[in-house]
Design a protein around this ligand. Structure first.
Ligand code: HEC
Length: 255
């Protein structure tokens, strides 16, 4: 009985969770097409090559306006960037520190330091962006409903506004953004970066790759979590079979 009640409660909780998330997605009334992500599903993992290209897009385009305050350079190890490269990447941006005399001095960043932020404070960020605040991107892939598909749709969603719609000054039409007017100018244009692995930098490719990187940043331990989950399921499976035979053996004489 107790198990039954527990199962009922679990089903009820799951139903609430599912309906809550779909209600949230339906809130904006915009449909985001599902893209083909390496990290979807229980076996999905982050495609390192795509995430590395995504970091290149972040560093050369998005980092001009968006911070990623929760990410440190050494997190790049998780997408397969070698340690010596990380050291170089980190050292290219300085950070303020206090020296032995209590003075503030600048030193090159270390792999343990966080990514540098483009603006000193939110006011400065707004002042440079027509009053709008570019959000920190560390957790953005998780902070929006249908995160990865939404991000892809947003970055590829700049079009001419439909006939009859006027877009306010300093704003841009975007099919994926709620209200369809966004203060971010189209950040991606064909060939905006030159990928070191020779991949062609189309807007779609860059949108796909930066989204993969942002997904990794928002959940750096996803791959590990999925692997552990799989091991647990396998273990439980083997245990179930074992217990079945043990039970058979124990009860054999009693029949
Ligand atoms: C020139 C500055 C600038 C650059 C470069 C830029 N952004 Fe933005 N971004 C903004 C501003 C400003 C906003 C806030 C827009 C608003 O609220 O209308 C924004 C908002 C966003 C949002 C939040 C949308 C939402 O749902 O609220 C995302 C995601 C985003 N940018 C991603 C990116 C990515 C990825 C790149 C690099 C490919 C990038 N941005 C490059 C200025 C920029």
């Amino acid at each position: 009985m107790r198990i039954l009640r527990l199962a009922k409660a679990a089903v009820a909780a799951a139903t609430i969770a599912v309906s809550a998330s779909s209600a949230h997605a339906a809130g904006s009334g915009i449909h985001y097409e599902s893209q083909d992500w390496s990290f979807s599903g229980i076996f999905g993992t982050i495609d390192h090559a795509a995430a590395q290209r995504g970091y290149q897009v972040y560093r050369s385009v998005c980092a001009g306006c968006h911070s990623m305050n929760l990410v440190s350079f050494r997190n790049l190890e998780g997408i397969g960037i070698p340690e010596h490269t990380i050291k170089v990447l980190a050292s290219e941006a300085e950070i303020a520190t206090i020296n032995g005399d209590g003075e503030t001095v600048m030193r090159p960043r270390l792999p343990s330091d966080r990514f540098p932020a483009p603006f000193a404070n939110p006011q400065a960020a707004r002042a440079s962006n027509n009053g709008a605040l570019p959000p920190d991107l560390s957790l953005i892939a998780k902070a929006r409903a249908n995160g990865p598909n939404y991000l892809y749709a947003l970055l590829t969603g700049y079009h001419e506004p439909p006939a009859g719609m006027t877009v306010s000054e300093g704003m841009y039409y975007n099919a994926a953004f709620e209200g369809h007017q966004i203060a971010m100018a189209p950040p991606l244009s064909e060939g905006a970066v030159e990928f070191s692995d020779g991949t062609k930098a189309t807007v779609e490719q860059m949108a796909h790759d930066i989204t993969t990187f942002l997904m990794y940043a928002a959940e750096p331990h996803m791959d590990e979590r999925k692997r552990t989950g799989l091991k647990v399921v396998l273990f439980l499976f083997v245990l179930t079979i074992l217990l079945y035979f043990v039970k058979k053996k124990v009860w054999a004489d009693l029949h």
